[in-house]
Design a protein around this ligand. Structure first.
Ligand SMILES: *Cc1c(COP(=O)(O)O)cnc(C)c1O
Length: 341
């Protein structure tokens, strides 16, 4: 198979139309078989549930080429399970995890020419999503839904190494207790656009959101979970019902414990404890780990001891181990790597 002629290492994180996408429709209480199509346009009624009441959710994962030349993706079953959870909370029909994984595999196989080569740092970003497609005017769930998967090649998240970022403690809240913070709903992102644009205008890369009930505990950013390293080398990550359960974070915890012999703690993290940590990172599919160098809380500046030049040593070890597992350089735990080609 001939690869597309793209400048892989210099791709940005943006949408590019590829050859095929997967589409399945839910009608009369059941999903159809779904199919691949060339058609990138979605045609729905002007009164569709997604347009009126934002009934939508999504997932994000990557396919990439391993050192020995296979195309794989990382723990897609967990994305499928998380999408099931999102659907249940939004009164949408579940697209079963087994079918989700099959559809991911089928879509990537149909776009193999777009999967970046090993060593380029680029990956094929996979975006499964679902929305209410039938007309709704009174507030209620739609009766028909569409599940789609699109793929687009994206460049390395960090060009020229991961530089620590400066973030701020947000005065806006992200997710109420007992709300929708734990699911990947489009509405969580719609309401985060103003806080993130405001942060960028003030010179910050991301927002650190606190728990809205007490505003004393760390939750997460708009699209990544926090991991902290104590001065004693313990990995600490916030525990809260309103945090999105990042697959990267769950994988890093496992790697820390079982590959690196570290102690890990998933517990409440008071904002007041943050100045005592040695390293701070954000984790998610896109960057795996982004180091945080400074956290600004109004007139208080928390300078992370690992500094503004490089990722700290413990986060670097975690990053190298997890990306080594993903790229096939280090043996993966059973079931983590789904081979596609
Ligand atoms: C998607 C997402 C993450 C990261 O999850 P991964 O599964 O690691 O990609 C973290 N926080 C939020 C709010 C997210 O939407």
């Amino acid at each position: 198979m001939e690869k597309k002629n793209l400048d892989w290492a210099n791709l940005s994180f943006s949408y590019m139309k590829t050859d095929k996408r997967f589409v399945a429709n839910y009608r009369n209480g059941a999903w159809d078989d779904g199919q691949l199509t060339d058609d990138d346009k979605v045609v729905i009624t002007e009164c569709a549930g997604v347009l009126q009441y934002s009934q939508s959710c999504f997932e994000g994962l990557k396919a990439y080429t391993t050192e020995d030349g296979h195309v794989v993706c990382f723990r897609p079953d967990l994305n499928g399970q998380r999408m099931e959870d999102s659907c249940r909370r939004l009164e949408m029909p579940v697209f079963p995890t087994e079918r989700f994984v099959d559809a991911v595999v089928e879509t990537v196989k149909a776009n193999l020419a777009w999967v970046p080569p090993y060593g380029s740092g680029a990956t094929l970003y996979i975006r499964p999503y679902m929305f209410g497609s039938s007309a709704v005017i009174g507030v209620k769930p739609a009766e028909e839904y569409q599940f789609r998967i699109l793929v687009t090649p994206v460049g390395p998240y960090f060009k020229g190494g991961a530089k620590p970022i400066v973030i701020r403690v947000s005065d806006f809240d992200r997710a109420a207790p007992h709300g929708t913070g734990h699911i990947k709903a489009g509405l969580n992102y719609a309401m985060s656009l103003h806080p993130i644009m405001d942060a960028h205008r003030q010179g910050y890369a991301e927002n650190m959101y606190l728990d809205p009930a007490t505003r004393t505990k760390v939750e997460e950013t708009g699209g990544a979970n926090f991991i902290f390293i104590t001065k004693d080398g313990i990995l600490v990550t916030p525990k809260s019902e309103s945090i999105l359960p990042s697959i990267t974070r769950r994988s890093l915890l496992y790697v820390a414990e079982h590959y690196l012999g570290m102690k890990v703690e998933e517990r409440e993290v008071p904002l007041a404890e943050v100045p005592s940590f040695a390293e701070v990172g954000l984790c998610g599919t896109a960057a795996v780990i982004s180091p945080v160098g400074k956290i600004v809380n109004h007139d208080q500046e928390i300078c992370v001891p690992s500094g503004m030049d490089n990722m700290g040593p413990v986060l670097t070890k975690l990053y190298d181990t997890l990306t080594g597992i993903q790229m096939g350089r280090i043996e993966a735990p059973e079931g983590w790597i789904k081979r596609i080609a």
